[in-house]
Ligand binder design. Structure first.
Ligand SMILES: C[S@@+](CC[C@H](N)C(=O)[O-])C[C@H]1O[C@@H](n2cnc3c(N)ncnc32)[C@H](O)[C@@H]1O
Length: 185
């Protein structure tokens, strides 16, 4: 009987440790579903940020990679796309190869709230109005003064815009773009 009690006690301790380990594990927050920016709006976002070949463009939650691919293919910029869904990220990796921009673009499978964004000179975002603030601490901590941040359809709470644009896509849907600059936000 004593042995059985000891085994039950040990099992309970091990289960407790297992649960604590599981519940304290880093789980990436779901910041938005995969819903791509129309290509005409991608072009406007990159123009709004005044992307040049000397820029390093980070797209946090990059989906199929279209923004960083366009930054590389159309402006000659370096691009880093961060995507936490491995299947969506694989689509981005395949698209990078198809568009022959492997030398300029990296796709990182990871959490946009944890990634090192310090090399960025431009950051693009298409997240939700109620989740976008999750990336703000990282941006405020790591981005250099002068880095431009362009957000599609979601304002960064607490930041002041440099400019705002409202544009229609080819299907007549309205998109709002918010441009920020680190140091002026
Ligand atoms: C609205 S889509 C935007 C895709 C792309 N940036 C565009 O504009 O076409 C948002 C993307 O963020 C990804 N995502 C959501 N939460 C994330 C997280 N914590 N870390 C990285 N990616 C995330 C989703 O899987 C999705 O592909």
């Amino acid at each position: 009987m004593k042995n059985i009690s000891a085994v039950i006690a040990l099992a309970a301790v091990l289960l407790g440790i297992g649960w604590l380990t599981y519940s304290s594990r880093d789980v990436a927050p779901d910041l938005a579903p995969f819903f791509p920016t129309p290509m005409s709006i991608v072009g406007e976002m990159l123009k709004m940020a005044d992307v040049k070949s000397t820029d390093v463009v980070y797209d946090l939650g990059c989906g199929d990679g279209r923004i960083v691919i366009a930054a590389a293919a159309d402006f000659g910029a370096r691009g880093v796309g961060v995507e936490y869904d491995p299947e969506v990220a694989q689509r981005a990796i395949d698209n990078v190869s198809k568009r022959n921009v492997d030398d300029l673009v990296d796709i990182v499978i990871g959490d946009a709230t944890k990634v090192d964004v310090s090399p960025a000179s431009v950051v693009t975002l298409y997240l939700l109005p109620d989740t976008i603030a999750a990336v703000r601490p990282r941006l405020e901590e790591l981005l250099k003064t002068g880095t431009r941040v362009v957000s599609h359809n979601a304002e960064m709470p607490g930041w002041k815009t440099v400019s705002v644009q409202t544009i229609n896509d080819d299907d007549g849907r309205v998109h709002k773009l918010y441009l920020y600059e680190i140091g002026k936000q």
